[in-house]
Design a protein around this ligand. Structure first.
Ligand code: C2O
Ligand code: CU
Length: 506
């Protein structure tokens, strides 16, 4: 904990111990729309095609005048942005100087299995005496080289920690950043670029009075209600696994996932950005552990969606509101020439009242020339291919854990074996809101409850919000690599409470 003593509030933890919805530092919260929007640095290669990133503990000033300890790629939160190009493979050496093991996943990446951030493929800190906690756990001492072929279309990707049982607290502490893949097809379009292209990583957090992140679970203790199957119950001494049903002690809020009332964009609370009265491209990412947003512009305005999780749409689609669940991305253009100069245009979350109802603000400062456009034809996305089979994945609470098809996550035990180069229909159902993410495979939403999907479901995606008792059919393509990958709920507390499964591409 940093800075507590100087504020005279160390040990002052009077706030009710209710997970989520926490706003502990009311006196120190900035007025919304006063902190300038930061843009994360773009990481530079150390040699052509080679990057080196160190995960380390660092101090950040997130709330003005307070210090927050972050665990960051490069010591920053968000981590630096990777600018990747289709057809140009890269190696990223990730060095772990944190006090905990990590595994890094490029979310949306078409990545070989050894570099995909498998939850037990860990980079362990130097000097760690960690013993394997799960069957098949692999320990890379200190540094791991992740290899990314970058054979995929231009898209808005992101990267984050994926350590088994600990993804939620480790991402909450800062282990996430954006990765943009570009290609010739996209370069040929007259879309807004340069300063008029803004990556916006949106996530919620809660803070202690002293500015440190508040998370309702110790960072070195896995959530209860999870755990290896009974025959592998040894946990290596680095944590405890609760008995079946043990999660109930954490209270319903934790079970639903952890939320905070402070909304950060690129790591800054309710920031403000000055814009010219021109078109801007916004790369929206919901990097929250559990919070969903329904994004709107006030006073009124439209988003022109040009891309989904996995790249450009065939044609733009206009929306008044964008629902975005954890893990999803929306690539949109907003035309600020629709507003008089001087207008404050606020990005709000229509799902929340109070502080979490605001996200950030744009202030239109002046007119400026604009040679950008959103063409009626954006790209030629890959076609749908005929599915060879249908599989069902049911996401629900079973015997005290979050499960898929009644199973808690068992690393190395695939629930499905799709064939490379084929497509399958995956029918996703559940008992709660579960943003379902599939590694490697990209999919299109075919139907919700047998009806046409929403306009905001357009395009190729890797994450889809499955609502309670809804039946969501997606058509997934298994291209690129053979090997073991995961599907899981991207509510990160659900993921850590075992809502994950392997599938093996054969
Ligand atoms: Cu963004 Cu398997 O996760
Ligand atoms: Cu879930």
């Amino acid at each position: 904990v940093l800075g507590g003593a100087s504020l005279g509030v160390a040990g002052c933890r009077a706030t009710a111990e209710v997970a989520g919805q926490l706003l502990r530092s009311g006196a120190r919260l900035p007025k919304p729309f006063t902190v300038p929007l930061p843009i994360p640095d773009v990481v530079r290669p150390v040699a052509p095609g080679r990057y080196e990133v160190t995960q380390r503990v660092a101090a950040a000033e997130i709330l003005p005048g307070l210090r927050t300890e972050v665990w960051g790629y490069g010591g920053t939160f968000p981590g630096p942005t990777f600018e990747l190009r289709r057809g140009e493979p890269v190696t990223v050496a990730v060095r772990n100087e944190l006090p905990v093991p990590t595994s890094t996943h490029l979310h949306g990446g078409v990545t070989p299995p050894g570099s995909d951030g498998y939850p037990t493929d860990l980079v362990v800190p130097a000097g760690s005496a960690l013993r394997p906690a799960h069957p098949g756990e692999v320990h890379h001492p200190l540094v791991k080289e992740y290899r990314y072929p970058v054979g995929q279309r231009a898209a808005t990707l992101w990267y984050h920690d994926h350590r088994m049982d600990f993804t939620a607290p480790q991402v909450w502490r800062g282990l996430a950043g954006m990765a943009l893949v570009r290609d010739d097809e996209e370069d040929a379009l007259p879309l807004p670029r340069g300063e008029r292209e803004l990556p916006l990583m949106i996530c919620d957090r809660a803070f202690e009075e002293d500015g440190s992140f508040h998370y309702p679970q110790p960072f070195d203790t896995p959530p209860t209600g999870h755990g290896p199957p009974p025959e592998h119950s040894a946990n290596g001494g680095h944590g405890r696994h609760g008995p079946p049903g043990g999660w109930g002690k954490l209270g319903g809020d934790y079970m639903e996932g952890v939320e905070g009332d402070v909304i950060l964009v690129n790591g800054a609370p309710w920031p403000v950005a000055e814009v010219t009265a021109t078109r801007y491209r916004l790369r929206l990412l919901n990097a929250s552990n559990a919070r969903r947003f329904l994004l709107r512009l006030t006073p009124g305005g439209r988003f022109t969606q040009i891309g989904s999780d996995s790249g450009l749409l065939a044609a733009p689609v206009a929306h008044d509101a964008i629902p975005i669940s954890p893990g999803e991305r929306y690539d949109v253009v907003v035309d600020f020439s629709a507003y008089p100069v001087g207008t404050a245009v606020t990005l709000v979350n229509a799902l929340a009242d109070g502080p979490a109802g605001n996200v950030m603000r744009f202030v239109v400062t002046r007119r400026a020339p604009d040679d950008s456009a959103v063409p009626a034809v954006l790209s030629r996305p890959p076609r749908r291919v005929r599915p060879v089979t249908t599989r069902r994945f049911d996401f629900r609470a079973t015997d005290g854990a979050w499960t898929i098809n009644g199973q808690r996550y068992r690393p190395g035990v695939p629930l499905a074996r799709p064939r490379l180069g084929t497509a399958e229909i995956w029918r996703l159902t559940g008992d709660f809101r579960h943003p379902v993410h599939v590694h490697l495979a990209h999919f299109q939403v075919l139907a919700r409850n047998g009806r046409s999907p929403a306009a905001t479901d357009a395009g190729w995606k890797d994450t889809v919000d499955v609502r309670p008792y809804e039946v969501v059919d997606v058509l997934a393509r298994f291209d690129g690599h053979r090997g073991t990958y995961m599907l899981h709920c991207h509510n990160l507390e659900h993921e850590d409470m075992a809502m994950m499964a392997d599938f093996e591409v054969i």
